[in-house]
Design a protein around this ligand. Structure first.
Ligand SMILES: Nc1ncnc2c1ncn2[C@@H]1O[C@H](COP(=O)(O)OP(=O)(O)OP(=O)(O)O)[C@@H](O)[C@H]1O
Ligand SMILES: [Mg+2]
Length: 233
């Protein structure tokens, strides 16, 4: 369960202040696939970074599975991220010098997983995302959709309970986007992972339970999507 309570974020640039988020509150229940949408500059990435613990709110607090994030030290926060959270970015954020498999097991290695296990697990996940035959390849040898599937495999290696995705299909054509979204939906249904995804595309709603709409840093609307809301147990 993610509870965002009265989250605000002000960026200070010299004497200029930009209020990117204003008093944003919501709850996301385990297993939900939630979209965040809104115009460019409305605060979507800022919000995703805050609930993904990549940034801190100026005011307000965030509670994830009963843990008040503001009480964690930097080290505890890093550990919390490695244990519980996975990230997928628009530009894939792969390390070009590393092979596909090395990219995928990096977060597992950082978490202290043994070599045998991270080799086995990374191969298993790459097979799951349809790239079992590509594990020794480098990023430049892959299409955009394949690169994004590597990034998804990397996000899954530590079996996170929450996946964050910031416009993961922005650089992909609609056919490739569907492959990525189908994959995310399957993971959401099979493993009950919570997925929070920023998107500009209205048709992505068919994959989601709920859409949160941001305008100028506030939630202006929320709507149930085609898949419908999942019930709290
Ligand atoms: N590091 C920063 N320093 C100063 N202002 C920032 C910073 N990051 C974002 N902003 C500002 O905060 C507001 C929200 O930005 P944000 O990146 O969250 O928007 P977004 O909804 O993700 O937009 P886009 O759809 O273009 O990605 C914008 O006005 C932006 O200019
Ligand atoms: Mg953004």
């Amino acid at each position: 369960m993610i509870q965002a309570n009265h989250i605000s974020r002000v960026y200070t640039m010299g004497v200029v202040e930009v209020q990117a988020l204003r008093d944003v509150s919501f709850t996301i229940i385990p297993g939900e696939f939630v979209g965040i949408t809104g115009a460019s500059g409305s605060g979507k990435s800022t919000l995703l970074h805050i609930i993904g613990l990549l940034d801190s709110p100026t005011t307000g607090n965030l509670i994830i599975n009963g843990t008040d994030i503001s009480t964690l030290s930097e080290d505890q926060m890093t550990e919390f991220r490695l244990q519980n959270l996975g990230y997928i970015f628009q530009d894939y954020a792969l390390v070009p010098e590393l092979s596909v498999q090395e990219n995928v097991y990096l977060p597992a290695k950082a978490r202290g997983m043994g070599r045998e296990e991270y080799l086995r697990k990374s191969e298993e996940i790459l097979t799951r995302v349809g790239l079992g035959h590509r594990i020794t390849h480098k990023q430049y040898e892959l299409s955009g959709g394949e690169q994004q599937r590597v990034a998804i495999a990397r996000a899954l290696i530590n079996t996170p309970m929450i996946l964050f995705a910031d416009e993961p299909c922005a650089n992909l054509d609609s056919k490739t986007s569907r492959i990525i979204l189908d994959l995310l939906k399957q993971l959401n249904e099979e493993y009950g992972q919570t997925i929070i995804m920023v998107t500009h595309e209205e048709w992505h709603e068919e994959y989601m339970c709920r859409m949160i709409i941001l305008s100028d840093g506030v939630i202006s609307d929320q709507r149930e999507c085609q898949r419908g809301l999942i019930k709290t147990i």
